[in-house]
Design a protein around this ligand. Structure first.
Ligand code: C5P
Length: 231
């Protein structure tokens, strides 16, 4: 079955989120990131769940393995659909994250951020001292995530094909950087349309501003959903 496009709820208050959700009369898949979660906490997660929506809690945990494992034990109790960590924390950290999550929750999917799309190849070489190409660096992190038994990764839709070739179709490729034809790219540099993302092997797309800042968010969501699901 096709996953729903994941709407990035990049709002700064609970009221704005609920106002946005009230526009829709169907179940959505939404992403709550750190901006919102640090201000509204578990209460908002509960309110979104009560409305029947699926949630990707995008907190990108990255700390020593023990701390991440314990933090995941707490997050597991929110019973969301997907959570994530930074692959840069290493396989031991990813294993502990999964162990913590599974203590209270058998089904929440756990994925890893590979390289942020804000990281350029120059930053990779000059600052992180990783001397491979961006694609190789992303593939390396994705392989580590698979070794640690995670469900998949966050990556650019342009890397999804390579990851599918090496790690299989079942390994999740959750991809932001999605813009419908004719939409503004904003600050995203490497973008594809929903259709191209599907063809490249993305299993989930994350779309924010093209929907949330639209004059007609519902119509825009329907258009994106159609082009993603029918690709
Ligand atoms: O508005 P836009 O469609 O660009 O939103 C994309 C969402 O995906 C934002 O919440 C952004 O923080 C997130 N994201 C991203 N690139 C990553 C990881 C997350 O754009 N590598």
């Amino acid at each position: 079955m096709n996953s729903l496009p994941i709407i990035a709820l990049d709002f700064n208050s609970k009221e704005k989120v609920l106002q946005f959700l009230d526009l829709f009369d169907e179940s959505l898949y939404v992403k709550v990131g750190m901006e919102l979660f640090y201000q509204t906490g578990p209460e908002l997660i509960q309110l979104i769940k009560e409305r029947g929506h699926q949630i990707f809690l995008d907190l990108k945990l990255h700390d020593i393995p023990n701390t991440v494992g314990k933090a995941m034990e707490g997050l597991a109790q929110l019973d969301v659909d997907m959570v994530n960590v930074h692959a840069a924390g290493g396989t031991e950290m990813m294993r502990k994250a999964l162990e913590g999550l599974r203590k209270h929750n058998p089904q929440t999917q756990l994925i890893a951020v590979t390289q942020l799309t804000s990281t350029t190849e120059e930053m990779l070489h000059q600052e992180q001292k990783i001397h491979s190409s961006m694609e190789e660096a992303v593939l390396n992190y994705a392989k580590l995530a698979k070794e640690a038994h995670l469900d998949g990764v966050v990556c650019s839709p342009l890397e999804a094909r390579l990851l599918t070739e090496h790690l299989g179709e079942q390994f999740l490729k959750v991809t932001p950087g999605i813009r419908p034809k004719d939409a503004q790219t904003n600050d995203q540099k490497r973008v594809t349309t929903p259709q191209e993302a599907k063809i490249n092997g993305s299993t989930h797309i994350v779309v924010g501003r093209p929907i949330t800042q639209s004059q007609d968010p519902v119509a825009q969501y329907q258009k994106i959903k159609e082009s993603w699901c029918n690709a």
